[in-house]
Design a protein around this ligand. Structure first.
Ligand code: HAM
Length: 420
């Protein structure tokens, strides 16, 4: 009878040794960059209240209308968090972080969940790193956030990216623009794709985000938001652009950049890569000056970004960027007999305290099998121990790279391993 086996859900993957080293190196780079920008880490639960996400991200967005993993237990409505900004806003309010004074500069790394149709660069469980700068209105904050995001890619060596920039304005600007777009697309209804036709009455700005072939010529003739910005939105956008120029951060203004989440105000941006295929956004973000109030907090301006780690990895692969490789142990103890194995077990903590990575055979295999294992694990040195070695306190210390052997005493093992 064949045994039943199990595999991951569609669009969810395991991260295995061999690949995980690359992730760990990236995470170390993110933590280090965050430290230099003086952002502090925040970790929020993977489950949030469904209503928080529905209100925060917006009922009419794709995420809320069709991509949330939800379940109920008794009175409670749970959602697997599809993004990090609404949860951080919730935490900011719940823990009265405003009372700590100044701006809050928070960053996060973790898994997020969207029930999308999986394809390359689009998963149902994916990972983001992101940052939120809460409590500052100035364009300087927008640019600091963009600079933080760009710096991580620069450090990794992903430099062939494009920063797309737009302003979605304040609510008045957006209302004027919404009307203009509606007026433009209405007579073209018959030519629009079905998905865009549905968006016409609910949220015509989302038509601009359409990937449907037949919508493209219609979109290219549409009015642009830049012509509808209020005085203050226009000034803010100009300041952001000037500061990006001063910082030497290149960008392209894309007047049709609308983000798929409803909370944005003013600045919106996306970082794209030609190495990703159709899902070409490495990351994105913008200002969300009304979100915190929308989910029950005091009026608080904020700006942030989030980037997909899987997509960053795809770009790394395309560019041949390897951040870290699996490494073997410094010392592999090859033991003959129980006493020798016990001796090695007792010796290893001392060596590990000296920073040496140690391992051994755990199942009393033959010497030949152990040497083979040491080779397979790419051990730098093997120390061979048997009854005689224990009696004489002289051990064979084998350099696995150039196959040289030395006879050394127990107390010399650490020194010898560290010096070669
Ligand atoms: P977002 O554009 O929805 O923004 O997601 C940011 C990034 O997460 C995307 O550019 C993409 O790289 C990655 N991503 C999103 N969905 C998937 C998926 N299904 N599979 C793989 N990667 C994915 C946000 O999430 C906002 N919270 C960003 C933000 C922070 N705005 C202000 N603060």
């Amino acid at each position: 009878m064949s045994k039943k086996t199990y595999i991951t859900h569609h669009g969810m993957t395991d991260l295995l040794p061999g690949e995980i080293e690359q992730w760990q190196a990236l995470e170390a780079a993110i933590h280090e960059t965050a430290r230099l920008y003086h952002f502090q880490e925040i970790r929020t639960p993977v489950l949030e209240q469904t209503e928080l996400i529905a209100r925060g991200v917006g009922q009419l967005t794709d995420i809320v209308s069709k991509e949330m993993f939800t379940f109920n237990r008794g009175e409670d409505h749970y959602v697997l968090r599809p993004e990090g900004t609404a949860p951080v806003a919730r935490a900011f309010i719940q823990h009265h972080l405003a009372q700590r004074g100044g701006t809050q500069r928070l960053y996060y790394i973790g898994p997020f969940f969207r029930a999308e149709r999986p394809q390359k660069g689009r998963q149902r469980q994916f990972h983001q790193f992101g940052a939120e700068l809460i409590g500052a209105t100035g364009a300087i904050a927008d640019v600091e956030i963009i600079s933080f995001m760009a710096e991580i890619y620069r450090q990794i060596g992903i430099v062939n990216t494009t920063l797309k920039l737009n302003s979605v304005g304040d609510p008045e600007s957006r209302e004027a623009y919404r009307k203009a777009l509606h007026g433009y697309f209405k007579p073209l209804t018959d030519q629009l794709s079905e998905i865009s036709r549905n968006r016409l009455e609910t949220n015509p700005m989302r038509i601009l985000d359409s990937k449907e072939e037949q919508d493209q010529p219609l979109i290219s003739g549409a009015p642009v938001i830049t012509d509808f910005l209020s005085e203050s939105s226009r000034t803010h956008f100009e300041s952001v652009r000037q500061l990006l120029d001063i910082m030497g951060i290149p960008y392209e203004v894309d007047p049709f950049l609308v983000r798929g989440l409803d909370y944005y105000t003013e600045t919106a941006f996306e970082l794209t890569s030609p190495d990703l295929g159709s899902q070409d956004a490495l990351g994105g973000g913008g200002r969300y000056d009304l979100l915190i109030e929308e989910v029950g907090g005091p009026p608080t301006p904020a700006v942030g970004f989030a980037c997909g780690i899987e997509r960053l990895m795809i770009a790394c692969e395309a560019l041949g960027i390897r951040l870290a490789d699996p490494s073997g142990p410094d010392i592999y103890f090859v033991t003959r007999g129980e006493e020798a194995a016990r001796w090695a077990l007792e010796k290893m903590p001392e060596l590990r305290n000296n920073g040496l990575v140690c391992t051994m055979d755990y199942s009393g295999r033959s010497l030949k099998a152990q040497m083979k294992d040491a080779n397979r694990q790419q051990a730098r040195f093997a120390v061979i121990i048997g009854e005689q070695e224990l009696q004489t306190n002289l051990f064979t210390f084998r350099d696995m790279v150039n196959s040289k052997e030395f006879q050394i005493s127990s107390s010399e093992i650490a020194k010898r391993a560290l010096s070669l």
